[in-house]
Structure formats: C-alpha cells, structure tokens
Write a protein that binds this ligand. Structure first.
Ligand code: PHE
Length: 343
C-alpha cells in the first residue's frame, strides 16, 4: 500500500510538469490521464486491492488525486482552447457592441392600440369577428335591407362560392355578433380591417381599418355618447381640441351625427387640410336604431344604446400628416421606419 502512496506522489509531480500549448496537446493530456484507458482509471482500479480497514483512507486520497488531475486539465484547457488565445489576442470587452435594427410597429397598429386603450379605460371590451361576413350581419341586421339605397355607399366584394358571403364593409358586423351573443349591458370596441369596392387612389382604398364602439344599457342617452367621444378626443388629440356634432344619416342609428374636431394643423384658422373650414370630420355616430335592437331580441322600450365608428387611417393621417392612403399598405421601409413605437 505504501507503494501506491509513493506512486501517487510521483504522478502528481509528473502531471504538474505537463505542459500543453495547443488544443491538440490539451486533448492528448485528457486522453492520457482522464480517458477511459487513462491513468486515473487505472489508479482508481487499485481500490480493489486495498484492505478493508484502509479503504476509507485510500478512498479519500484517490478522490483528492482525481480532483487534482481534473483541475490540472481544466487549467490547461482554459489556457489553450480558444482561438483568440491561440493567436495571443486579447479580447477588449469594453469595445461597443454591434448594433442591430429593431423593427417598429406599423403606424396603423400604433394608432389602433392607442384608441382601443382609451376606450378600454372607459370599460369597453375588445370584440372581434370574421372579415368574410354574411349579408345579415353586415347589412340586414343593421337595418340595410337588400333594396336599400344606402347599400350603394358601401359596395363591396362578394364571394363566388356563396352569393350571400361578402367582405365586411364595416365592423358594425362585429357589433351585430356581440348583440347576438350577449345580453345588455353591452360595451364593446371593435377594431378590424374592412373592405369597399373603391378605385384605389390617394384618398380611397379597397381596404382600410375601422374602430367601432357600441354601448347598450338602460338609460343610455345622446349625452353619454357626446361625453364619451369628447373624452376620447381630449385623450387622443389633446386638451385644446374642440368637437362639434353635425346631424347625419346612417340606417342603423337614429338620430345620427358626424363628429368633427377642430383642425389640428391650423388650430381652426383654416388651411388646406380642413378646406378652410377649421374643422375636420373624424367619425360617424348615433343612437342605435330600435329596429336594430329588436333584430337581436333586445327590448327597445327598456334599453337604449349608442354606436360610433371611425377610420383608423383617417385618424392616423391627421396625427402624422400622411397625405396618401396607399402608403400604409406599400410596405416601404423608408415610410415605416419614421414611426417609432411606444405601444
Ligand atoms: N358603420 C359606419 C360606417 O362604416 C360608421 C358608424 C358606426 C356610424 C356606428 C354610426 C354608428 O360608415
């Protein structure tokens, strides 16, 4: 046994003297001492010859020896295994890192998120629905029967397979689905893409984005509608923005009103954007028509509601002064990277 002790000391000296200057030499060291047929394995094998009463003592010694060899190996490896060290290059950790470009949100998404979050704070829940709609949810239920002239304002694309399927012309179809599913009180905000059969130009596109809102409960009045939309305008466009309502017509609301805001560009003095009126139109609204409520079995003597709808492109255009609608869908990075997103 004393032999083994001496042998271990000799091995330690030998191992300490080992140098390995290349990754290959480090690997050769590993094979020689730690490999499956290496020295450590052989030394450990000696345990079976150790008499029982000394097993504890030798177990400890061999363990220490094992740790000694492994540590020597790790030290050699860390000195010689990276290419940078091979070339004797020192890495300068203080150098600035490589830049990488982070994408930004699309301006329409940013504006949509901002608008939606204002209404969410007022207790509106987000509702979504299909872009391929049936005639009923898009038109019929909204008090636009088949022969109604108001359908002309919203001509769309039909699906060959089924003539009663179409691409929705407004997200009022989502409101229809909300009224179908829920009982009042209903308070939803419906963002989404809509389609119209329009010739594409700077001022019109065959698809765009809307946000519509619907609130139905007992005693909902036009005053609620005005205050809600006024709050939205103040939050979104700033405290100095004024609003005005003009009587209008939509088949699904009665009375109906369009809402204008004071022109952001000239502050109301008159410019080309507001066509020298000082006002720009931003949305349509009104009290939900009793017939629409009845279409969904909602008692119009007990419940009233208001609805509104706005175009996201339009709001975005006012906020960022974008004068050509086509820019939104051309995916030109020079356009898109001008908008840095926070939401
Ligand atoms: N659905 C209308 C449109 O697309 C907007 C609107 C919604 C008007 C709700 C009044 C009430 O033009």
């Amino acid at each position: 046994m004393e032999n083994l002790l001496q042998q271990l000391e000799l091995y330690k000296k030998e191992i300490t003297a080992e140098t390995a200057n290349t990754p290959e030499a480090v690997e050769a060291f590993r094979i020689k001492y730690l490999g499956t047929k290496g020295l450590l394995k052989a030394v450990m094998g000696e345990m079976k010859n150790v008499p029982n009463e000394r097993k504890k003592e030798f177990g400890q010694l061999l363990n220490e020896f094992k740790q000694f060899v492994e540590l020597r190996y790790e030290t050699l490896k860390s000195q010689h295994s990276t290419t940078a060290d091979n070339n004797n290059e020192k890495i300068d950790w203080s150098l600035p890192g490589d830049n990488f470009t982070v994408g930004t949100r699309h301006p329409l998404s940013m504006v949509r998120n901002q608008i939606v979050s204002i209404f969410q704070r007022l207790g509106f829940a987000i509702a979504e629905g299909p872009e391929i709609e049936d005639d009923w949810h898009n038109f019929g239920a909204m008090n636009l029967p088949e022969d109604h002239p108001a359908r002309d304002m919203q001509d769309t694309f039909y699906i060959n397979q089924n003539p009663s399927w179409l691409l929705r012309t407004h997200t009022s179809s989502v409101q229809a689905r909300a009224m179908e599913k829920q009982k009042p009180p209903i308070r939803v905000i419906c963002p989404g893409r809509v389609y119209r059969n329009e010739t594409i130009s700077a001022r019109a596109h065959c698809f765009f984005h809307q946000i519509e809102g619907l609130y139905i409960d007992e005693n909902v009045s036009f005053a609620d509608l005005k205050q809600t939309l006024y709050f939205f305008v103040q939050e979104f466009f700033g405290k100095d923005t004024k609003v005005r309502f003009r009587p209008s017509y939509f088949p699904f609301t009665e009375p109906s009103a369009e809402m204008d805001i004071s022109c952001l560009i000239c502050g109301g003095d008159g410019c080309t954007v507001c066509k020298h009126t000082g006002w720009v139109e931003i949305l349509g609204s009104g009290m939900v028509h009793p017939k629409v409520l009845e279409n969904f079995g909602i008692d119009s003597n007990k419940y009233t509601g208001f609805a509104f709808g706005m175009g996201v492109e339009r709001i975005c255009q006012l906020k960022y002064r974008v004068n050509d609608l086509r820019l939104y869908s051309q995916n030109d990075v020079r356009f898109l990277k001008q908008f840095t997103s926070v939401v």
